[in-house]
Design a protein. Structure first.
Length: 194
């Protein structure tokens, strides 16, 4: 049984979906939800779902303190679901090819520092893009640059507001994210990179 930790900075609707998806399966279990925001709604969700949660500072993330905590809990796979901060080298080295992220655009477009949530959707609408989508990728030391595992697209119409795009993107995320995690765990994530 894989033990998954989820990092999230905001609402945590993806985190909730992942917890629920794996609840009745023997493959994996979400054992920890971690956030850098003490007022993030994901903490309410964790409580409701009876998943242990941890609030940490960016200093604790950088210092490597979290690695010990994750290892103590037996975590073997990490999912970033709406997480704002950059993952430091110490965490990447401790979990090689075991950290994945979901990004609300078709990388390499609209990625990088500061490209988060609605900022991405506003840029997509401002540039009159005809399509957007989601990217699930391995995490490396550079924002949104790790190997791509999966992408899915949606159309963007001329009349779409950034809120419309956000809704479409969330829909894609709910449809695919947990399933892609499941497939990855069944395949063993390290095989995916060969
Ligand atoms: C999701 O759309 C996710 O793709 C995005 O934040 C949202 C979190 O929603 N992540 C990023 O922008 C990372 N750069 P949620 O808190 O409801 O799951």
């Amino acid at each position: 049984m894989y033990k998954i930790a989820i990092f999230a900075s905001g609402s945590g609707s993806n985190a909730e979906n992942i917890v629920t998806y794996f609840k009745d399966k023997n493959l994996a279990e979400v054992v920890l939800i971690l956030t850098n925001k003490a007022d993030a709604f994901v903490l309410e969700r964790a409580k409701k779902l009876a998943v242990e949660s941890v609030v940490f500072s960016s200093e604790q993330l950088k210092s490597g303190e979290l690695v010990d905590l994750l290892k103590d809990k037996g975590v073997d796979f990490i999912v970033l679901a709406g997480f704002l901060l950059k993952i430091p080298k110490n965490l990447i080295d401790a979990f090689p090819n075991k950290i994945i992220n979901i990004h609300p655009a078709l990388l390499p477009k609209y990625g990088g520092k500061g490209m988060y949530g609605d900022t991405v959707h506003k840029a997509v609408v401002a540039n009159c893009e005809k399509e957007s989508g989601i990217t699930i990728h391995f995490v490396n030391e550079h924002y949104d640059e790790g190997a791509i595992i999966f992408q899915a697209k949606c159309s963007v119409n001329e009349s779409d507001t950034y809120e419309d795009v956000a809704r479409k993107i969330h829909q894609l995320e709910y449809e695919h994210f947990s399933r892609v995690i499941e497939e990855l765990l069944l395949e063993k994530p390290e095989d995916k990179l060969k």
